[in-house]
Design a protein around this ligand. Structure first.
Ligand SMILES: [Zn+2]
Length: 95
């Protein structure tokens, strides 16, 4: 069993989808923030005033430059892919 790199939910074997680091970084730099993040509850628990967007960008920056693939659940994949489609035009060639 795997864990979604975005929302932290567990994923059953064949339901895992991969995203390239480039897709994640591109969407994020265009303003994408996942609707579900695993650490949000912890941040609130400890009274941290970390916004969802701040937390997400911190996560992405940790992966940035590593070329790592993101293993995500179907929900997160469709969320980020539809964002890319509507904001960047899918297979954008600009940077
Ligand atoms: Zn997910």
């Amino acid at each position: 069993m795997s864990i979604c790199d975005i929302c932290g939910n567990s994923i059953e074997g064949q339901d895992i989808h991969s995203l390239t680091e480039e897709q994640v970084v591109r969407a994020t730099s265009d303003g994408f923030v996942p609707s579900t993040l695993p650490m949000q509850g912890f941040a609130e628990l400890f009274g941290l005033s970390l916004s969802k967007a701040d937390h997400w960008r911190g996560t992405v920056s940790k992966y940035k430059g590593t070329g790592a693939k993101w293993g995500v659940c179907m929900h997160c994949r469709s969320e980020i892919m539809s964002f890319l489609d509507s904001h960047v035009g899918g297979n954008s060639e600009t940077d």
